[in-house]
Design a protein around this ligand. Structure first.
Ligand SMILES: [Zn+2]
Length: 491
């Protein structure tokens, strides 16, 4: 097969994504699972691996893991175990990491996601397994150390032992755009499930990408490289694009791809060789003798499954396909579980989705932003907003009054109906009553009337405004305009 241009190649990408779980304590000890703090203050004999200390698994972490697996339709095997993955790094006090090898807590599953243009895609999961995070090294000083510019290293074990789940995908991803779409799906799902904070800037979500290329139309995999050190979705995108181009250039130049780990250099905008890739057998996995194998109670799986919240992908499909909401607004809601939940409750209370959307993403979100209180935590209950929308739809109140009532609800809560009735805010649609306001305004604005009759059509807007003002905003604006026209043309 002759390959002559970039478009003749297809990329094959798999992603390994590490996500710190949001538990109160670490994976195998009682130390707090909190980001930051003075170095080496959140440590104990277990996470420092002092001789004689024994790990005790964190039940909550295992439950969060299983929930994550169930969200993607993974199988939860009856039997699981922890293994030791042996390697030496200064930030690994045990010289091994407790991880899972051949019997993880979840197997298989599919991540459904969408691209910015709304195209739906899916990527199979190989597994999600549970392990413990490492500490953190900081290379400092200036001199001739092996790491450029450093003479010594500091190590902080606060992060050592934090529960970490690793989501391993099948090589189903074909472009940098798809890789980012996939990662966004993981992120919004984990936020919805409450399993992680998923803050890339704090390192609670980190990912590596395995990238290879092959001539389009062929099925055999090319040699892959693993890219590390990507610290934002934007750098994931750039790194994958750059690596695909590099591999094409190597093959086009008659070279061959070497299986290796490559680091992403954000400033240079390119990947560079770090080391040859380890194989699984390099780690000498074996079952951790300090931790007995697990039998996962089916009742627990059922309970976690029953407690599953609506998932972002399901929401996106419902919003775009059943409600006819645009892709950008559907994504905005799917990315904000508490706002989406609120919106769903307003619709469940009887509002038309589009009317509910206009209030939720419009005036209500503006009030929330101004006050720093989330919509779902504010005083406007979903029932009160649905009532307000109903009052607008039946033209009991006009949109101007609706905005005022919404502000009143935001400030003091209560019922929209009670506010409207209590203060006589219902729209005045009685032609006789509106005609009185119209006559008064025409009498007081002779100059404007003359301009209108001389052909200045936009004066009408001013006169409508004057009538609305005279009626304290309650007149039906369509009726006002209609009566004004009638009276101006045939006074
Ligand atoms: Zn500890």
């Amino acid at each position: 097969m002759s390959v002559t241009s970039k478009t003749d190649y297809e990329a094959v990408i798999g992603i390994e994504c590490h996500v710190e779980l949001k538990t109160a304590s670490k994976m195998f000890c009682g130390c707090p699972n909190e980001f930051g703090g003075e170095p080496n203050t959140k440590v104990c004999p277990v996470c420092l691996a002092l001789p004689g200390s024994l790990p005790v698994p964190n039940q909550k972490a295992i439950e969060l893991m299983i929930t994550a697996g169930l969200a993607f339709g993974a199988e939860i095997p009856l039997h699981s175990k922890f293994d030791r993955k042996n390697y030496f790094y200064p930030d690994m006090p045990k010289n091994y990491q407790i991880s899972q090898y051949d019997m993880p807590f979840t197997v298989g599953g599919v991540v459904h996601y969408w691209l910015p243009d709304g195209t739906k895609k899916s990527c199979r999961l190989t597994r999600i397994h549970l392990e413990e995070d490492t500490g953190k090294s900081t290379h400092a000083g200036s001199g001739d150390g092996r790491i450029a510019g450093s003479t010594y290293s500091l190590v902080d074990f606060n992060r050592a032992g934090v529960p970490l789940m690793e989501c391993v995908s099948e090589p189903d991803i074909r472009s940098a755009d798809e890789a980012v779409g996939y990662l966004e799906a993981l992120k919004r799902t984990f936020v919805e499930l409450g399993v992680s904070d998923v803050k890339m800037e704090e390192g609670s979500l980190r990912c590596d990408a395995n990238v290879s290329i092959r001539p389009r139309g062929t099925t055999a995999f090319g040699t892959k490289t693993e890219i590390k050190n990507m610290n934002s979705f934007r750098s994931v995108h750039r790194a994958i694009e750059s690596e695909i181009e590099r591999q094409i250039a190597v093959l086009e130049g008659g070279g061959r791809i070497v299986q290796e780990t490559r680091g992403w250099d954000e400033l240079a905008g390119e990947t560079h060789s770090m080391r040859s890739k380890e194989q699984a057998h390099d780690y000498r996995y074996f079952p951790d003798p300090d931790l007995v194998p697990f039998e996962i109670d089916r009742a627990l799986v059922q309970r976690l499954s029953a407690a599953m919240p609506p998932l972002p992908f399901e929401r996106f499909v419902r919003y775009t396909e059943s409600y006819g909401i645009g892709i950008a607004q559907s994504t905005q809601l799917a990315d904000n579980p508490s706002l989406a939940g609120y919106f769903d409750r307003v619709v469940a209370a009887g509002s038309a989705p589009q009317a509910a959307l206009n209030f939720v993403l419009g005036d209500l979100s503006r009030l929330a932003n101004e006050s720093g209180v989330a919509v779902a935590d504010g005083k406007v209950s979903a029932a009160a907003l649905a009532e307000l929308i109903a009052l607008t739809e039946t033209k009991t109140i006009n949109s101007k009054i609706a905005k005022d009532v919404l502000v009143r609800l935001w400030e003091g809560g209560g019922s929209a109906k009670a506010i409207v009735e209590g203060e006589g805010l219902a729209q005045v649609s009685d032609p006789g009553a509106v005609a009185t306001f119209v006559d008064d305004v025409l009498a007081a604005n002779a100059e404007s009337v003359a301009s209108f009759l001389a052909g200045k059509e936009n004066v009408l807007k001013f006169l409508v405004g004057q009538v609305m003002k005279a009626s304290r905003g309650k007149a039906n604006p369509q009726l006002v305009e209609q009566l004004l026209r009638e009276k101006l043309i045939a006074p």
